[in-house]
Design a protein around this ligand. Structure first.
Ligand code: PMP
Length: 405
């Protein structure tokens, strides 16, 4: 693979920041966009822009075709049985809230258990806290071991028939841990629990196939996989979706409306009230085409090489503590704490050298408490990053040590 050529598909990366070449290591927060995605958006707005599903005129037909083609592409991309199992959302957060407010409100009773893990992003925790308060269900979590993996003994004891939902992150945005999704879904299924997989950090980084994994729901965010912000996906198994009530009410999700009551369309339209992010969905389709042209296995391998190399080199910086698995498979990010500097100061220092990272709790406050750190600095990679950029990061970390000590 010619990764340097692939990198040149991303115009934003070719710039200086604070007098240094930009080293963008914040893709876990949001990825950059290749030219093909940017031109799909421009093309749509310059040639086809109109509302979908509503008018019989040419532009509306083109917009509808492109929008629905993106849904089909997304279904194929994640191995869904039908495009009707793909609901367009604003992102992972909205997808989880949709499931909590529909499936959750319909299926949970006092005494039921919602099981999450101790490494969830707030967006896969707070909606379940709200749901537990509203339904009387109990929220429990699988603890995280010191090496950043889930405690297998706790899974054994916690996953019993009281559990109605197991909701867990595929790749942790704060540790880089890759959770064994297939195995966890099979165990949940064995006790009759539904499963929701948070694929915000995995989809677009590795092959993710819902049929192979066996999850009931999968959420992910377009902006983390080369697509625009404002578009995301909730996949749901049709057997569950068709029993779920709507969440948002409005145009496009109804069959008929009287002043007193309404009937609703089948999925996915039942869950897509109002005008959707048409351009965003088309951009997501373009991003999927682009990622598939490189190959998800290739991307995963490259991500893995980068993060393994980073763990090795960064581990040699004095006073550094790297969180998460130190060897084996890990996601494409390294979160760490440098003893001489607060993460925010370190991120500012790196920024002054052109290196973009993120510092703080990364929307995982319980995990920060678990590891007894105020926050971490996170360097996160995607396939457009290079070994040279990791070398540059390590140089900047050594310089930071001198500066702050
Ligand atoms: N889950 C994980 C693991 C994430 O990393 C993120 C984004 N940081 C989210 C959920 C939420 O995604 P979004 O903000 O795009 O809804």
């Amino acid at each position: 693979m010619d990764w340097h050529r692939i990198r040149s598909d991303f115009p934003i990366l070719d710039q200086q920041v604070n007098g240094h070449p930009l080293v963008y290591l914040d893709s876990a927060a949001s990825s950059q966009k290749p030219r093909t995605v940017i031109s799909a958006l421009t093309h749509y707005y310059e040639r086809d822009n109109a509302n979908v599903h509503r008018a019989l005129h040419e532009l509306s037909a083109r917009a509808t075709d492109a929008f629905e083609a993106a849904r089909k592409k997304t279904a194929r991309f994640i191995g869904a049985a039908s495009e009707d199992e793909i609901i367009f959302t604003r992102g992972s957060t909205e997808g989880i809230n949709l499931v909590a407010n529909t499936w959750g409100m319909q299926n949970l009773r006092p005494g039921d258990v919602i099981l999450v893990t101790g490494m969830e992003h707030h967006s896969n925790l707070v909606p379940w806290q709200l749901l537990a308060q509203r339904t009387g269900a109990t929220l429990k979590h699988i603890p995280v071991l010191d090496d950043g993996t889930l405690d297998p003994a706790a899974i054994e004891t916690l996953l019993d028939e009281r559990v109605k939902l197991l909701a867990f992150v595929h790749i942790s945005n704060s540790l880089g841990t890759i959770n064994p999704a297939r195995e966890l879904c099979a165990r949940a299924k064995a006790v009759g629990a539904a499963t929701l997989l948070d694929g915000a950090q995995s989809v677009g980084h590795m092959p993710v196939n819902v049929a192979e994994i066996g999850c009931d729901f999968l959420v992910f965010s377009g902006h983390k996989m080369c697509a625009p912000t404002g578009i995301g996906v909730l996949y749901g198994r049709m057997e569950l979706l068709e029993k779920m009530p709507p969440w948002h009410g409005g145009g496009e999700m109804i069959l008929s409306v009287t002043l007193e009551a309404s009937t609703y369309k089948p999925p996915p339209q039942r869950f897509e009230a109002g005008t959707p992010d048409i351009a965003g969905a088309i951009g997501l389709g373009a991003a999927i085409d682009y990622l598939e042209s490189i190959g998800l296995e290739n991307i995963h391998r490259h991500d893995h090489n980068l993060s393994n190399y980073a763990v090795q080199c960064m581990g040699e910086v004095p006073g550094i503590r790297i969180l998460g698995p130190q060897s084996g498979q890990r996601g494409s990010l390294v979160a760490f704490h440098l003893d001489c500097a607060h993460p925010h100061d370190l991120v500012e220092f790196a920024n002054s050298h052109g290196v973009a990272m993120r510092g703080g709790h990364h929307c995982t406050q319980p995990l920060m408490r678990r590891f007894q750190v105020p926050g971490t600095t996170r360097a996160s990679f995607y396939f457009y990053n290079t070994i040279e950029e990791i070398n540059r990061l390590v140089e900047v970390l050594h310089a930071a040590r001198k500066f702050f000590s």
